[in-house]
Design a protein around this ligand. Structure first.
Ligand code: NAD
Length: 396
């Protein structure tokens, strides 16, 4: 079939296999151009098919030479429907890892379920023995609790008061004011149940109980803080409440893992274009302004640059990982620099529909959004008849 982008709002319902493979190869090339990392040997990445999780898996495999197990929720092609981007990304990753002689395995299904945890543990036991790094990078709009069966939906809303700020339709550059009503207590509770730390803790407990987590193992999950502009909708909102829960979970996991010489971290990462961040009001316009400033200063990073820095400078630097006063790793250090934020705030005040392409990098945002789905990728013929059905090697 001829595969073109079909988007509705912040969702693109098609993906291109060769374009996704090209994006994965670009990330592999970046990592292999850098010094090797003396890092983990056997790595589990939960939420491994896109964004920060995929980049973590690429760095583990191609930067540290680790064997990897990736767990993710994606669908293969069916009839006239293409596979999801995460499916094509993972197919490309698995093929490249096999070619490079690394062991790698994929498990597709709901990471929140007992069934997928059990299946992953069986796989680790038979193929790898034990793992020494668990990356938890799931971003999901919903979760069904494995014990109670309750279904939760996460929302992105402020807490307490109605919030209004600028936002952009990144397809046509229209800047408008988004007004979001505060969340109810139940919405806050449900968002914490989806995006908080309960499932991460369940993974670590199950892995430990099964004896497949090595002594001295590390685990890490990702968070975001961001500037004043986005606080009401992020840090001080429902998602921020879930991230507070993730922080508290990390402290508990750290205490537990320390008994066997292990450690748990939260890494606060930079705001980047991913399928998850494009769904948050206000944030895409902030990211566009941020990209403009960071690119001009020569300090812009994408997921792969951030994750390479996480592994090489922080987690596996041969010394203690540098952390902030709350014990968190800060990869948002360049984003939060005073000079960067002062310039973003200035741009923010001036941004309108008329000047958005001059004052911000909305063009770059738009391109990166479509690249997430394998479009706008160099060297791909989007007019060519393409087989949408792609198998993932080592799918269990
Ligand atoms: P993403 O949407 O690109 O990736 C989410 C991953 O989770 C995918 O691999 C998807 O398959 C997987 N997933 C979703 N539901 C699942 C389920 N039920 N079972 C198994 N896998 C499932 O998201 P991302 O932006 O890379 O976010 C990853 C983490 O990084 C999140 O905790 C997010 O808050 C955090 N983070 C993101 C940003 C940003 O700007 N994007 C910044 C800082 C921190």
């Amino acid at each position: 079939m001829i595969i073109q982008p079909k988007s509705r709002g912040f969702i693109c319902t098609t993906a291109h296999p060769q374009g996704c493979a090209g994006q994965v190869q670009r990330q592999i090339d970046y990592v292999t151009s850098k010094p090797a990392i003396n890092g983990p040997r056997n790595v589990l990445v939960v939420g491994a098919s896109t964004g920060y999780g995929l980049a973590s898996r690429i760095v583990a495999s191609f930067g540290a030479g680790a064997n990897t197990v990736g767990v993710y929720f994606d669908k293969g092609a069916e009839g006239a429907r293409t596979a999801t981007a995460g499916w094509y990304n993972s197919a490309a990753f698995e093929a490249a890892a096999a070619e490079a002689g690394r062991k790698s395995f994929s498990i597709v299904g709901d990471a929140f379920s007992d069934e997928i945890k059990a299946k992953t543990i069986d796989l680790i036991r038979t193929e790898l023995g034990q793992i020494d790094l668990v990356v938890y990078s799931v971003a999901s709009p919903r979760r069904t609790h494995p014990k109670t069966g309750e279904s939760f939906a996460s929302v992105i809303k402020p807490l307490g008061e109605t919030y209004s700020n600028k936002t952009v339709n990144f397809h046509n550059g229209e800047v408008s004011i988004a007004t979001i009503e505060p969340a109810t207590e139940d919405e806050r509770r449900q968002t914490i149940a989806v995006m908080g730390g309960e499932d991460w803790e369940m993974w670590i407990e199950e892995l430990q109980k099964a004896g497949v987590l090595a002594d001295g193992a590390t685990t890490i999950a990702y968070s975001y803080i961001g500037p004043e502009i986005t606080h009401a909708v992020y840090k001080e909102g429902t998602i921020g409440a879930a991230k507070d829960d993730l922080d508290a979970t990390s402290k508990r996991l750290d205490a537990k893992l320390k008994e066997t010489g292990g450690r748990s971290f939260i890494s606060v990462n930079k705001a980047l274009v991913t399928q998850s961040s494009s769904a948050i009001p206000v944030v895409p316009l902030y990211i566009s302004a941020l990209y403009k400033v960071m690119k001009e200063k020569g300090i812009h990073e994408g997921c792969i640059e951030q994750m390479y820095r996480l592994f090489s400078d922080r987690l596996y630097n041969g010394a203690e990982a540098p952390v902030d006063a709350q014990g968190r790793i800060r990869l948002d250090d360049w984003e939060m620099r005073d000079d960067v934020q002062a310039e973003v705030a200035q741009l923010w005040a001036d941004l309108t529909t008329e000047n958005v392409y001059d004052l911000s990098d909305l063009k770059g945002y738009h391109r990166e959004f479509f690249q997430l789905f394998g479009f706008e990728t160099e060297g791909v013929d989007y007019e060519a008849d393409t087989n949408a059905e792609v198998d993932i090697q080592n799918l269990r």
